[in-house]
Write a protein that binds this ligand. Structure first.
Ligand code: SAH
Ligand code: SF4
Ligand code: F3S
Length: 479
């Protein structure tokens, strides 16, 4: 028998996490209490972030809270007093990386017994993860989920001063917490959350369980944040949500939708507006027209399709067909001429046959995607698809993935080739990974562009004439 009192922990419950009520979402305002102001003075932190942009944005808030408490960023893991792992649960391999890292980090506790190791993010929202932490990862001091980042000061106080382990995960619909401090990772590109959670319940996906119900931030808060970013000299924002096209549906004035928000943000003086992610089922004409009529919304769209087989789409609960997807896509391409479209595709969904897969290949051909993130289905405990019969051998699934990648890579190349000889505008990100004489940045269509230029151009939007198209990037000359 273990002598740990397991009941003192708030553990996740996937059934609870699935519940959706009509309750009004509470808006909280973060404030650091006096007692927590100086806890981090002379201490350092590090955050390791996995998963999507939503997690990257959360890590900026975690950093913001830590710095407000007096912590400074550590120069190495060995020097850190606090290490937080902000994790992702989307696929098994994402989780395996975190388990490996948690094992590796244990060694640092030997050198520094005061090191606080924290696990946050979507993995913390899973029942089996918490069980495993309790049984095998005694060296993890703090576990908190996606709903209670704002309580980190309390947890650190407990771990540091009472030397008690904290495990507190809420399986709830979630609130909206405003006023969270942020240490942004980038000086001229910023994430802006416009909504949280997801109500789509695609049968393979863990996100609706880990992130709670779909809830939109008030447009006033969003506009205030963007205005502040403009003042600080930011050039590009990316609006974040699991399903941005559902923005506003839960607000009092449900006639104000994502398209309206885009229109309003277009006038605030930010150079580039991007957003992710969109659900085909909620993508409407108003959004497309807002993109067409705006000056600053970029001609790029990530529109995950997941599969081209109607049987599979139905089992995935995606609420569209191959035909209706292609119709929406057509409408989008006609409304915003030249727009670049990328997608996400899952192969090897339970029961996917060769014919289903051929339907996906056919859709890829017809849709002319200019890029795709492709995945082999990964079983997520607690989701409906985890109970579907899955008798396709993993070798077959991998073969499908390779075959699919050949097609989507051809789409990448074709999408890049259309810019050869053209002049594109590039927001210069930094120097190229392989050669520091070469600058790298993204064009309006979200194409990676490399060209020779001076480092002083970093953070600026410059014109580049494209000379060569490769599969993964474009080469050009600065004008
Ligand atoms: N809300 C976003 C995406 C979130 S996850 C959207 O719907 O577009 C990003 C991608 O991961 C998904 O689009 C899907 O292709 C993939 N994914 C999600 N769950 C998965 C699973 N269980 N196995 C494999 N891929 C998965
Ligand atoms: Fe997951 Fe579907 Fe929601 Fe995207 S829309 S986060 S795939 S449930
Ligand atoms: Fe991963 Fe959670 Fe994002 S599962 S993809 S970090 S919403």
């Amino acid at each position: 028998m273990s002598n740990i009192d397991l009941d003192k922990y708030f553990k996740p419950n996937l059934k609870e996490a699935r519940r959706r009520t009509k309750d009004v979402i509470e808006e909280l305002k973060f404030e650091l209490s006096d007692a927590h102001q100086k806890i981090g003075v002379n201490k350092t932190y590090m955050i390791h972030t996995y998963g999507c942009q939503g997690n990257e944005a959360d890590s900026e808030s975690i950093a913001g809270i830590l710095e407000l408490m007096g912590f400074t960023h550590a120069t190495s893991e060995a020097q850190s007093d606090v290490i937080i792992m902000n994790t992702c649960a989307i696929r098994e391999n994402a989780e395996n990386r975190v388990w490996g890292e948690l094992g590796r980090l244990k060694a640092y506790k030997k050198h520094n017994p005061n090191l606080i190791l924290g696990l946050a993010g979507c993995m913390a929202q899973e029942e089996n993860v918490i069980e495993r932490i309790l049984k095998k990862y005694q060296h993890v001091d703090i576990v908190f989920g996606t709903h209670n980042i704002y309580k980190l000061p309390e947890y650190l106080e407990t771990a540091l001063f009472s030397k008690e382990r904290v495990i507190e995960v809420y399986s709830q619909e979630g609130e909206i917490v405003e006023n969270l401090p942020k240490v942004r990772n980038h000086k001229f590109k910023a994430w802006v959350n416009i909504m949280f959670g997801c109500d789509e319940f695609c049968t393979y996906c863990i996100v609706p369980y880990t992130r709670g119900k779909e809830r939109s931030r008030s447009k006033d808060e969003i506009i205030a944040e963007v205005n502040e970013l403009v003042e600080q000299g930011y050039k590009e924002i990316t609006l974040l949500g699991q399903n941005v096209n559902a923005y506003g549906k839960d607000l009092d004035d449900s006639s104000y939708t994502f398209g309206d928000l885009l229109k309003e943000l277009d006038d605030l003086g930010i150079e580039r507006i991007r957003f992710t992610t969109s659900h085909p089922h909620d993508l409407d004409k108003k959004t497309m027209e807002a993109m067409r009529d705006s000056k600053h919304v970029m001609p790029y769209f990530h529109l995950p399709v997941q599969s081209g087989s109607n049987t599979v789409l139905k089992k995935m609960n995606r609420q569209y067909t191959k035909e209706s997807y292609l119709k929406v896509l057509d409408e989008l391409k006609n409304t915003v001429p030249g727009i670049a479209v990328t997608t996400d595709i899952i192969v090897g969904f339970p029961g996917e046959t060769d014919t289903d897969f051929l339907d996906t290949l056919d859709l890829v051909e017809k849709a002319e995607f200019e890029g795709a993130f492709t995945f082999v289905f990964s079983k997520r405990e607690g989701t409906p698809a985890a109970n579907f019969t899955d008798d396709t051998p993993i070798e077959t699934k991998k073969e499908r993935l390779y075959m699919l990648n050949d097609r989507t890579n051809a789409g990448y190349l074709k999408g890049n080739q259309r810019f050869v000889g053209e002049t594109v505008k590039v927001l210069v990100d930094g120097v190229s990974k392989n050669n520091d004489q070469v600058l790298a940045g993204y064009s309006e269509h979200n194409k990676l562009v490399n060209f020779a230029g001076d480092k002083s151009l970093i953070g600026q939007i410059v014109k580049v004439k494209i000379t060569v198209a490769k599969t993964w990037f474009l080469l050009g000359e600065l004008l």
